[in-house]
Ligand binder design. Sequence first.
Ligand SMILES: [Fe+2]
Length: 336
Amino acid sequence: MNAFKELLADPAQAVADLVAREREPADIPDGYVSPLVGDPKAIQWFRARRALSFYAWDIYTGAAIAHYRAQKPAAPAPLLKSIGACVGELPPEAGARLEQEFLACKQVPWRDQRPDGYSFDPFANPWSTPAYRDTITAHREMSAGLEGALNVALTLIAPAVEAALGHYWSAGAARVYAHNAGHDGGMHTDGWPLGVRKIMFYPSGAGDDQGSTVLIIGEEPKIIRGGKGVWTVFENSLLRHMARAPLPGQPPRPTIEVTALPAFRNDPRIKGHGIHVGFPWLPPDIDGLEGDKVPAAFTSEAIKQRSALRALMLAADLPSDGKAPEGCGGLGYLDL
Ligand SMILES: [Fe+2]
């Protein structure tokens, strides 16, 4: 019998304990190691939540696409389907305002802030330590001024992003930082739910000297180039990509990353101001389901509680080594 099953004796307490184990200090010291490392129960819990999160986002994305096709049957196929990445440039005034507000934001050390308490990198990989992050990037704290400029920018590009994705979308979290010269990122895919995409803004422009994002489309590397306010939305979990640092001697390159979440209407308002750009582990439109007109079983709280219990039950059955069970076609829980 899996020792983890003992937790099912008191599920509510078990969920509370596991969530508490995932909590991390507000100020993370250099070289910090997540409490999940070396904690098999906490890792099984993480994997179960991740599997259910991806399932929820898949279903939600499918529903958002079906809704969009029903509302706009004549809309063409999503541009990302054929070209993988769309690039645009803000009108000069909006680009200049974004740059001005970015540069006025206070610089802050890297911290690990996670929307909805859900960790997407619980294993304290070397590239997630504060010392490393503060070497390659200089983070800034979102100001009211930048939030306003970003809202204008996202409103301006909303129709283009909709055409790229083929469904309505909502802004999620934003991450505000400058990429320092001389520290390229590694080639990777983000490994997010496939319906959750990333929008990148470059308030001071991007290109060969300033640095940029390099995407592998087909076999070809494509570098995003443009003036102030150039932006891109791309298949960040399907296309391999990397951050290209500014050339030595160039100033740090301002960057704003925004998550584009599938949705049932466009909503450009930023919902989270983390230093991580992330996404909630459950689709966001379930927040705020309260009151007389919502069935008791479908209040936000009831849905979240059932989801936590499902994660607990799934975690109880997951193999402790994290490997795929027989008959899963080799797919591990981190590949879903
Ligand atoms: Fe990435």
